[in-house]
Design a protein around this ligand. Structure first.
Ligand code: COA
Ligand code: AMP
Length: 631
């Protein structure tokens, strides 16, 4: 079948397409149909089916003869550990942890927050929740206590499962004190916590609230998979929006299984039994979909890698892992390749390893710059596939369907829509724009199975953020254009979200933190281009008239504050004090113009600017931060 056959097959009969994809799933009760549109524009998929995600990820493979196959390969250069876990072993670990949760009263629908480092235990915790229908919400370890507290308040979990620490190159990040602070800060308190003690930093426990991971499971009965309705929320994953309050993306169970399973073969081109590796973190959607669930649903071996592309111990670490485990398909963010290229531009490390098992490299999470793609193509000598998706969508919407039929690669474009997606470019009034014209990127409703269907506890915000602006369409928040061949080009965000090393962050959230500094009168945070991380946040702060402070001291305090309140992952290190911010006459800060100046891009003097002279002051301030950067 060609890509055109598959795409048109879906377009002509979406219902039949998704019902056929659903055949690959083991149902407790098959759904009577795929789409439930009664509450449009809120859509449900496979709602009357009964299913269990953990059963599809683990148990069915044991029953179907894959018990001895590796389910998870853990490779941790930062702790010098390697471990292989078979599907049988995974089944027993997951059902025991699930048994512990059940013994403590966790039932289907209860929320469980998971705050863990990149170890197989994080996957065990996610799967244990899925097994009993508990709605997990994984929080990335690089977020600070305050961010964790926000998520605890919103998700109101019955339990929290945490690692005692995470390991970053050169330092151990103790998670448990962050967890304790977060619980202290939150109005909602979990009934109990389960802590996996890692030997690099053992956590102190609070009697009566905290349980040791191993002791917690002793003597409990293993829990079975619980039958769940197709629309049961599998998980909540918080992602950055325009404000500091993150959006809790809700993923219904049945669509999640059907769609991820479909992508493994059709997008990524892997067969059951092969080794799939996504070098990301379980705290992100890539980790949910392609470290944990997707490969396991499909009977693949997944690699859990605890390290960085460089420095753990060197720029050859990715190639070593590919060779050692015969990885067939590899997925990461372009920033990881930029990091490798920066220290090993000639690819000397690659020459030491045999990566012939790898059939394709997939890049997503941020714009894949042509230089990086070409470098990867030249050195790896395999197709390099840029593909586009979002936390909200859960899996690739725009891709080059490697598993169906590889299409021409056009540098700078993640290529073509996958079945389920009909994309359009609209102007501000919602009018479709012709090929080549820049506008808001939208997808025609309904979104396909496996995408989100609401925001946790915030249906109004869901409608406002995604559905209201362009009735009949999902608003992606990205701007771009479609060319004459139907290829999509992603150019920018239309909101205050930036992308730092493939991590989605809110500049609005950072502004809220800076505004809380007692000497700051007003502030602006913008995303400026960075050769390694794609974008970096940059802050401009105006001090209160009566603040008799040294500007450098305030800047240091601002950096510390963002690290404390949001976390190191924000990579907020560039900040300067200015007298005034450039604004329109109606008082809107001209962030876009500031970005253009910082990135040395041409810009038009905004007609509505209040005082053009302020831009000269901004240029001087940027100069002190080394911007525009020399390339
Ligand atoms: N727990 C605690 N801290 C963490 C963390 C975690 N799980 N993950 C990152 N951090 C910290 C880092 O130590 C760093 O702190 P520092 O300011 O003290 O150095 C900060 O958060 C920023 O981390 P990161 O963005 O990862 O930058 P880095 O300089 O450590 O590494 C790259 C840069 C490019 C190597 C790295 O970002 C990378 O490998 N990215 C791969 C792509 C990826 O994972 N994308 C996710 C979506 S697909
Ligand atoms: P996240 O929800 O963290 O996956 O971030 C999604 C956002 O990352 C998208 O809305 C885009 O802005 C950006 N993004 C993801 N993949 C790509 C890509 N292949 N090209 C350009 N931008 C991308």
């Amino acid at each position: 079948m060609t890509y055109a056959d598959v795409y048109n097959g879906w377009k002509n009969d979406p219902e039949a397409f998704w019902m056929e994809a659903a055949e690959a799933v083991d149902w407790i009760k098959k759904p009577s149909r795929a789409l439930f549109a009664e509450d449009a524009p809120i859509y449900e998929w496979f709602k009357d089916g009964v299913v269990n995600a953990c059963y599809n990820a683990v148990d069915r493979h044991v029953e179907n003869g894959r018990g001895e196959q590796a389910a998870i390969i853990y490779d941790s250069p930062v702790t010098d550990t390697k471990e292989t876990i078979s599907f049988t072993d995974l089944q027993s670990r997951v059902s025991l942890l699930a048994g512990g949760l059940v013994a403590k009263g966790v039932v289907a629908g209860d929320r469980v927050i998971i705050y863990m480092s990149m170890t197989p235990d994080a996957l065990v915790a996610m799967l244990a929740c899925s097994r009993i229908g508990a709605v997990h919400s994984v929080v990335f370890g690089g977020f600070a206590a305050n961010e964790l507290a926000t998520r605890i308040e919103d998700a109101t979990p019955k339990a929290i499962i945490a690692s005692s620490c995470g390991i970053e190159p050169g330092r151990i990040v103790e998670y448990k004190p962050l967890l304790d602070d977060a619980i202290e800060l939150s109005a909602h308190k979990p009934e109990f916590c389960v802590v996996k003690q890692r030997e690099q930093a053992r956590a102190s426990m609070i009697e009566g609230r905290d349980y040791d991971w191993d002791a917690f499971q002793e003597g409990v009965s293993a829990a079975d998979c619980v039958p769940l309705a197709g629309d049961h929320p599998a998980y909540i994953l918080y992602t950055s929006g325009t404000t500091g309050q993150p959006k809790g993306v809700v993923r219904p169970t049945a669509g999640h299984i059907v769609a991820l399973n479909w992508t493994m073969k059709n997008v990524y081109g892997v067969n059951p039994g092969e080794v799939f590796w996504a070098a990301s973190d379980v705290g992100w959607v890539v980790g949910h979909s392609y470290i944990c669930f997707g490969p396991l649903f499909h009977g693949n071996t997944t690699v859990v890698f605890e390290g960085k592309p460089v420095g753990t111990p060197d720029a050859g670490t990715f190639w070593r892992v590919m060779e050692e485990y015969k990885v067939t398909s590899f997925f990461t963010a372009p920033t990881a390749f930029r990091a490798i290229k920066r220290v090993d531009s000639k690819g000397e490390f690659l020459k030491k390893y045999d990566i012939s098992s790898v059939r394709a490299l997939f890049l997503a999470g941020e714009r894949a710059d042509p230089d990086t793609i070409v470098w990867a193509q030249d050195h790896m000598k395999i197709p390099v596939i840029d593909h586009w998706w979002q936390t909200e969508l859960g899996y690739p919407a725009i891709a080059n369907p490697f598993g169906i039929e590889l299409q021409d690669v056009k540098l700078g474009s993640p290529a073509l829509p996958m079945p389920g997606y009909e994309m359009a470019i609209l102007d501000d009034d919602g009018k479709p724009l012709p090929a080549g014209e820049l506008g808001a990127i939208v997808a025609k409703l309904p979104l396909p199975p496996g995408t989100f269907n609401t925001l946790w506890n915030a249906e109004d915000r869901f409608r406002k953020s995604y559905l209201d602006a362009f009735p009949g369409y999902y608003e992606t928040g990205d701007a771009g254009y479609i060319d004459d061949d139907g290829y999509l080009y992603i150019m920018a965000r239309t909101d205050d979200v930036i992308n730092v090393a493939g991590h989605r962050l809110s500049t609005g959230g950072m502004e809220e933190v800076l505004a809380s500094h007692p000497d700051v009168a007003e502030c602006a945070v913008i995303g400026v281009s960075d050769q390694l991380k794609g974008q970096l946040p940059m802050g401009f702060v105006c001090l209160n008239a009566d603040a008799d402070r040294d500007a450098a001291d305030v800047c240091k305090e601002c950096v510390k504050l963002v690290r404390e309140k949001i976390g190191p992952v924000a990579a907020f290190k560039l900040v300067t004090v200015v007298d005034r911010l450039p604004k329109t006459r109606s008082g809107k800060i001209l962030r876009g113009t500031m970005v253009s100046i910082a990135d040395a891009k041409p810009y038009k003097m905004p007609a509505t600017i209040d005082d053009p002279a302020i831009l000269d002051e901004i240029k001087v301030a940027l100069g002190t931060l080394g911007y525009p950067a020399k390339t």
